[in-house]
Design a protein around this ligand. Structure first.
Ligand SMILES: C[S@@+](CC[C@H](N)C(=O)[O-])C[C@H]1O[C@@H](n2cnc3c(N)ncnc32)[C@H](O)[C@@H]1O
Length: 218
């Protein structure tokens, strides 16, 4: 069974302001985030559209927008979207569910999802990857991040608010085989150590996964 989406939505509704205040400028303190986002912007070039799924207050959306990418954000939590729209009025943000995407097949050039899978069970990660694969155009790029590990951490206090939620860590071999099973072919996983004093001290991974181009036989 998956983690209840209402619980996840309620969590980010509850901490929306505090989350935005805490994480809005985070990429400035994380050189590897910057390197990876610059690489994404170069690889996506002028292909469109590009979406930030599980965008939160829109810090990654904005970072890519500043690099010249036409990008929109999608999230489950209406309150965190209010924060995103208030901070970045020039960017389009809309409500949506990664596990049930309201997009046509083969319609999106690039998807970014920073820590959007942190509340998913392994089963939900599989559903999310298949959904992203479905909506990506052939040769489309999926860039996402996760916390590396085996553990599930139950949290009952976050950013000064009482909550009740699980944060999931994933082993890299699980992520790799789940992407393969969803149809992705070219997969690159880049791991790094945490930045002490800047973020929660977990090992992190960035993933570039490409949807293959299926050539029709003559
Ligand atoms: C850990 S936060 C990451 C936010 C932002 N990307 C960042 O890096 O700070 C996870 C975000 O994913 C969103 N989220 C979780 N499950 C989702 C789902 N099924 N569909 C859309 N958004 C989801 C949450 O509302 C939250 O804003």
């Amino acid at each position: 069974m998956g983690q209840n989406l209402n619980k996840v939505e309620n969590l980010y509704d509850t901490v929306a302001k505090e989350y935005a205040d805490t994480f809005s400028g985070e990429h400035e303190k994380k050189p590897k985030d910057q390197e990876i986002l610059h690489r994404f912007s170069q690889e996506i070039g002028d292909r469109r559209p590009v979406w930030d799924f599980g965008c939160g207050p829109g810090q990654t959306t904005k970072y890519l927008k500043n690099l010249g990418i036409e990008i929109s954000g999608l999230d489950l939590s209406e309150k965190i979207l209010e924060q995103a729209r208030a901070i970045h009025p020039e960017i389009h943000f809309r409500k949506g569910n990664i596990l049930e995407l309201e997009f046509e097949n083969d319609s999106i050039a690039g998807v970014v999802a920073f820590y959007a899978i942190v509340h998913f069970t392994e089963e939900q990660v599989g559903i999310a990857f298949r959904e992203v694969f479905r909506v990506l155009q052939p040769a489309g790029i999926f860039l996402f991040t996760y916390h590396i590990g085996e553990e599930t951490i139950h949290i009952d206090e976050f950013l000064g608010k009482k909550i009740d939620i699980d944060f999931m860590f994933f082993p890299t071999d699980f992520i790799f085989s789940c992407l393969k099973g969803s149809g992705f072919k070219k997969i690159e996983i880049i791991e790094r150590e945490p930045y002490p004093g800047v973020e929660y001290e977990s090992r992190r991974a960035y993933v570039f996964a490409i949807k293959p181009v299926v050539r029709k036989s003559p």
